[in-house]
Design a protein around this ligand. Structure first.
Ligand code: SAM
Ligand code: SF4
Length: 328
């Protein structure tokens, strides 16, 4: 089991999109009340006095949509300036990014992952549940702004759903031919989307790789991130292609992360709620921070048992929260 030093921090469970695979229309979501969100001060206290002392060094801000969190630029600045922070990244849908990319970069953010499931505005709007004016253009402008400001690597995340966007895999892969971008294909997971999942199922990464190999050629890349993606490259391309295959190829033994929800629950495994700790309630009830460090250290030592095993990967999980609520 890897050293666990990477914390994914959800800043907010709300989102300005309703992606079919994440927050399907018709699903009633109980949003976290404003007063139940960890405040910036509480989050910084947890980072400085609990997570960093027990060994966490890499942080990713996510959600919901993290750019909806009021004061997100200040928070980025505060986390980036902690001397122990080795890596600070964000996952966003980029809809608000065009106006914020420069400030985020100046505040110390260097790595950004952007979800982009389609290059076709109609398909994109269907996936994100939009019925008004198309949102594709503004999202693409956000991606361009991140590129121009200098975010490197710039990663695009694509959740592949059969019959929805899988026919675009070659076009999306082709974005890497003349750009230093990393396009990552993520196997669709059954979290909070039972109907869509049972209607559409998922496409194994191996099948996507074969399609790309047939069209362009494909070689394993020697560039490795610190995440779960298997990295490949079209020969001669500037960028890379990543495949995140949590359904077809269990990678729990390489897992180096835990997740903190916007209301302060620390979760040791995406697919499993066992062992969660309610850090916000503990903090607000004045618990000694030494005790919190001990509890988090215990959870770290339990993680190998709690994490999914080969037999469970790609099948079931205990999901009382959607991906947007967990902090994907
Ligand atoms: N709103 C931001 C975004 O979309 O980038 C951050 C939060 S979103 C929950 C984080 C990531 O989770 C996105 O890349 C999204 O595509 C992925 N995701 C959400 N639901 C998923 C599912 N059912 N299967 C696989 N990936 C999923
Ligand atoms: Fe929002 Fe991201 Fe979920 Fe889409 S994947 S609904 S953008 S949180």
């Amino acid at each position: 089991m890897n050293t666990v030093d990477y914390l994914r921090i959800s800043l907010i469970d709300r989102c300005n999109f309703r992606c079919q695979y994440c927050m399907p229309e018709g699903t009633e979501l109980d949003y976290i009340l404003q007063q139940e969100l960890l405040t910036h001060q509480e989050l910084l206290t947890l980072l400085k006095d609990v997570f960093i002392p027990v060994g966490f060094r890499k942080f990713r801000l996510t959600g919901g949509e993290p750019l909806l969190r009021p004061g997100v630029v200040d928070l980025v600045r505060a986390i980036a300036s902690l001397p122990e922070t080795q890596d600070l990244a964000m996952t966003t849908n980029a809809f608000l990014l065009a106006g914020m990319a420069q400030d985020l970069y100046k505040a110390g953010l260097r790595r950004i992952n952007i979800s982009l499931d389609s290059l076709n505005p109609d398909t994109f709007d269907k996936i994100i549940g939009n019925r008004g004016r198309s949102r594709w253009q503004q999202t693409w402008a956000g991606i361009q702004a991140a590129h121009q400001v200098g975010f490197d690597p710039l990663k695009l995340n694509v959740v592949v759903i059969p019959g929805v966007n899988d026919q675009e895999v070659l076009d999306l892969a082709a974005l890497t031919l003349d750009r230093h971008w990393h396009v990552r294909f993520i196997e669709f997971m059954p979290i909070g989307n039972a109907q869509l999942f049972s209607d559409r199922a998922w496409v194994p990464s191996a099948e996507l790789r074969q399609r790309i190999r047939d069209a362009f050629g494909l070689v394993a890349s020697n560039i490795r991130g610190n995440g779960p993606a298997d990295v490949f490259q079209i020969p001669g391309a500037l960028g890379t292609l990543g495949f995140i295959s949590q359904m077809s190829e269990c990678f729990c033994d390489r897992c180096n992360r835990m997740r903190l929800s916007a209301d302060g629950w620390l979760r040791p495994c995406l697919l499993n709620e066992t062992g969660q700790i309610d850090l916000k309630t503990a903090l607000r009830s004045g618990v000694d921070l030494e005790q919190l460090r001990t509890r988090v250290t215990q959870l770290l030592s339990l993680k190998p048992e709690i994490s999914f095993k080969q037999r469970d990967c790609g099948t079931t999980g205990s999901y009382t929260r959607t991906m947007s609520q967990i902090g994907g």
